[in-house]
Design a protein around this ligand. Structure first.
Ligand code: ZN
Length: 364
């Protein structure tokens, strides 16, 4: 049948290099395509394309009928062709989302590429120093109250700082060095689709800011401006470090976050529920009373196996709980920390995440 013949030709196209992964997020085995852009994409990204009828039209490879001329068009184009055209000039600091990233990052990546054509060959690339300058209002969660207030933020890669202002004071409320600035999308924790967590060090402690902007474009622009400023800082501070080692240090997500219960140093204290964040770059496991607290209640440094760090399933000898619980013991040279996870799956995820950090060599 003609329909089957068409499907076979489509599947043939799918096996071509570049078409085996979604053109926008890299997810393997795309099942959809944009027949206006000539790209193969995943179900998730097809949902984003569907909202952009001016630039994209989607069809399912399996469920929809494909006319011969459309199949020919797909054959002439495809993911590699689109990448060469629309991703000709993606700046090295620009964050390219993957399938596990939040919707706003993927949506803005798709809009930036095809709608605004920000990365086509004819575009003049901004240098990281000017791209790392940004100013405007963000909704910032209060440190004491849970309400978000509009605050003016100013980022200057040239000065190496980010500042924010309150209404009352004339000077900045905080001046944050780009040296220890980090940003990550946290849509679930902040309960906003454009929620961004900004962290920095102040007096040896990590301070968390939680912000959002109503506009998806604006919050992703902020994120990439912070990345440009960080890239500018890293590039000028470590001029001999290769690009491939620099890029992962621009911004980072926590390798794992979630609730666990912890006991005190005597291991006889009552277990208390805390929110934990594991930062692999800083090698620290921080814990908070509440997920959106400004400061951690405490933190555990996670060293290497050679230094005597280890993570074990179960409780240390001598620690008793009434009923079996999915516990882990983190062994450090000075102390054993006992945590109780929410379930077995969580426990194995925490063990894997902690082992990942322990296995990492210490960076210089
Ligand atoms: Zn995708």
């Amino acid at each position: 049948m003609e329909r089957d013949r068409h499907r076979l030709r489509l599947l043939e196209l799918l096996s071509a290099a570049g078409n085996r992964h979604c053109a926008d997020c890299g997810q393997p085995d795309p099942e959809w395509a944009s027949y206006k852009l000539g790209i193969f994409i995943c179900l998730n990204c097809s949902g984003i394309h569907r909202n952009l009828p001016e630039i994209s039209r989607v069809k399912s490879l399996q469920l929809d009928f494909w006319e011969s001329n459309l199949i020919e068009f797909m054959k002439k184009h495809g993911n590699l062709y689109a990448k060469a055209k629309y991703e000709a000039k993606v700046p090295s600091y620009y964050y390219i989302p993957q399938s596990r990233d939040c919707l706003v990052l993927k949506e803005q990546w798709i809009r930036a590429k095809y709608e605004r054509e920000e990365f086509v060959a004819t575009r003049v690339c901004q240098d990281p120093c000017s791209a790392g300058s940004h100013e405007g209002f963000l909704w910032k969660r209060g440190r004491e109250s849970k309400y978000f207030q509009k605050r003016r933020f100013l980022l200057s890669a040239r000065e190496g700082v980010m500042k924010y202002y309150t209404k009352e004071a004339k000077g900045p409320k905080a001046t944050i060095s780009i040296e220890n600035l980090n940003a990550m999308f946290q849509t679930e924790k902040i309960q906003h689709a454009h929620g961004l967590q900004i962290t920095y060090s102040t007096d040896g402690q990590t301070r968390n800011l939680f912000v959002y902007h109503e506009s998806g474009k604006e919050i992703v622009d902020w994120f990439n401006a912070i990345r440009a400023a960080r890239y500018h800082y890293l590039r000028t501070t470590f001029p001999t470090v290769p690009e491939s080692q620099l890029i992962p240090r621009i911004t980072r997500n926590y390798v794992k976050e979630g609730y666990m219960q912890k006991t005190g140093p005597k291991q006889k204290e009552a277990f208390r529920l805390r929110w934990f964040c594991l930062d692999s770059q800083e090698r620290k496991l921080m814990y908070f009373k509440n997920p959106l607290d400004a400061f951690a209640q405490g933190q555990v440094f996670i060293g290497t196996m050679d230094e005597g760090y280890e993570v074990r399933a179960g409780l240390p000898q001598g620690v008793q709980v009434k009923k079996w619980k999915p516990a882990i013991t983190v062994v450090t040279p000075t102390r054993e920390f006992v945590f109780i996870c929410e379930n077995d799956r969580e426990r194995s995820e925490w063990i894997d995440a902690l082992n990942g950090v322990i296995a990492q060599p210490l960076s210089g």
